[in-house]
Design a protein around this ligand. Structure first.
Ligand code: TYD
Length: 209
């Protein structure tokens, strides 16, 4: 029986850039092609992911280094879990669509000289699978902030204002420049309608099918 490895697709973007909407459309599109999809996200919904969220929500304030290590531990578990891990799904031929991955760690925690450490911890880890493609939804920070305001009642530490979002976007730029020779990264201009943005994503994904 043929058992082709599934595709591993990561959707990245600053808060409010529409990752979940586009990831849902992508999952639907891949299913329409007869493929089996596992849609997942980081931080995960496991105990470790919950600890990370507590750290982000300000309930248990954490240093940036603690957060980087916790996100990495959550990511290891996300990969190796025998029940619902990324490695398991890919080996069964299921495509994995993941909202956020190590690019987020590099952009959010890889600051003040920490980027090499965060990169090594993630890209150098033998069980943290490298995605087939990272799709970055690039959107105007003011627009992202409007989306967040419209959809949320509380703010996490990284999404307080448009200036902070603009800074995160700048850091993603540094990350993608650093990784461009060893990773497949597609930067998608996300200023258009949901459908227009998805058309661009589809073009990138069709190249891999
Ligand atoms: P989440 O609440 O899932 O928001 P969104 O729907 O925008 O993805 O994301 C939680 C926050 O976690 C988000 O502000 C980015 C941050 N984050 C990191 O700082 N490092 C990481 O490695 C990951 C995966 C997320």
């Amino acid at each position: 029986m043929e058992n082709k490895r599934g595709l591993f697709i990561v959707i990245e973007g600053v808060d409010g850039s529409g990752k979940t909407t586009q990831a849902n459309l992508l999952a639907e599109y891949l299913r329409s092609k007869g493929r089996t999809i596992h849609h997942t996200a980081e931080p995960t919904a496991t105990g470790l992911g919950g600890m990370v969220r507590d750290g982000l929500g300000g309930e248990h304030p954490r240093t940036r280094e603690e957060l980087a290590a916790m996100f990495a531990a959550d990511r290891v578990q996300h990969n190796v879990s025998p029940k619902n891990g990324i490695i398991k799904y890919l080996s069964e031929g299921t495509d994995v669509v993941c909202d956020r991955y190590y690019y987020s760690s590099l952009a959010y925690q890889g600051v003040d000289g920490a980027i090499e450490w965060v990169a090594n911890m993630n890209l150098g880890c033998p069980v943290i699978t490298k995605p087939d493609i990272c799709i970055f939804l690039d959107m105007d920070p003011e627009k992202c902030h409007e989306h967040i305001r419209a959809g949320r009642t509380h703010f996490e530490i990284y999404e307080e204002n448009a200036a902070m979002i603009a800074e995160t976007r700048r850091r993603y730029g540094i990350v993608f420049e650093m990784l461009k020779d060893r990773e497949n990264i597609a930067i998608i201009d996300s200023t258009g309608t949901i459908e227009e943005v998805f058309e661009q994503i589809k073009t990138e994904i069709d190249k891999l099918l």
